[in-house]
Unconditional design. Structure first.
Ligand SMILES: [Zn+2]
Length: 207
């Protein structure tokens, strides 16, 4: 019984090994769940494929070459994935590429939501010698919980010199949990540029 189960799972693993390249191809990797322009959840199959909802795409890509349209579709999908993953710098790069395609109105729509993000970024994370130097605003209203949460991040210490909490890179997960708890939806600047902390309670308005 155990042996047959092992053989079965062994087979599954073997088979999956062959299936992997396909599953890992760009299109299969991640599903666009939110519109790249307004961030509202996408509900129909076409919108999910394009990464943009019907309201936001109305009128912005009409009358263009099929090849340009195809490239724009790929870019909006990528922008949607980047936005929902919090990689805001990447969204802004893609908006610039959409502009270069000759679609300034669409580019504008993709970028507008994050226009002031850099200015509003109050959190910074810098990598240094296997450590993360993390600056955040203070949570006055939740001071006790906030201090306690920082204490619970393994290996964390306060650096007076940096005016920041310093966390081992290995505690990245716990750091992210803290940021998600106290700063949902806020912007920060990290090694890969501008990012946004997910907001699990974001409004569920549907496009
Ligand atoms: Zn939209």
């Amino acid at each position: 019984m155990i042996l047959s189960a092992l053989v079965f799972f062994g087979f599954l693993f073997f088979w999956k090994g062959f299936a992997m390249p396909y599953e890992n191809s760009a299109q299969c990797k991640m599903l666009a769940t939110h519109c790249c322009c307004c961030g509202r959840p996408l509900v129909d199959a076409i919108s999910v494929e394009l990464g943009i909802g019907p309201d936001c795409r109305a009128g912005v890509t009409g009358g263009i070459e099929p090849e340009t349209q195809r490239e724009a579709n790929i870019l909006t999908h990528r922008a949607a994935i980047a936005a929902q993953s919090g990689r805001i710098s990447e969204v802004l790069d893609i908006a610039a590429q959409i502009r270069q395609l000759g679609l300034p109105v669409l580019a504008q729509k993709v970028a507008t939501r994050f226009k002031n993000a850099e200015k509003n970024a109050k959190i910074t994370i810098q990598a240094r010698d296997g450590l993360l130097v993390v600056k955040t605003p203070y949570r006055r209203g939740m001071a006790a919980e906030f201090v306690e949460a920082w204490r619970n991040v393994p290996g964390r210490r306060w650096s007076g010199q940096d005016g920041a909490n310093v966390v081992p890179t290995a505690s990245k997960r716990q750091l992210w949990d803290l940021l998600t708890r106290f700063f949902p939806g806020q912007y920060g600047m990290g090694e890969k540029g501008l990012f946004r902390i997910p907001n699990p309670d974001a409004d569920a308005e549907v496009e």
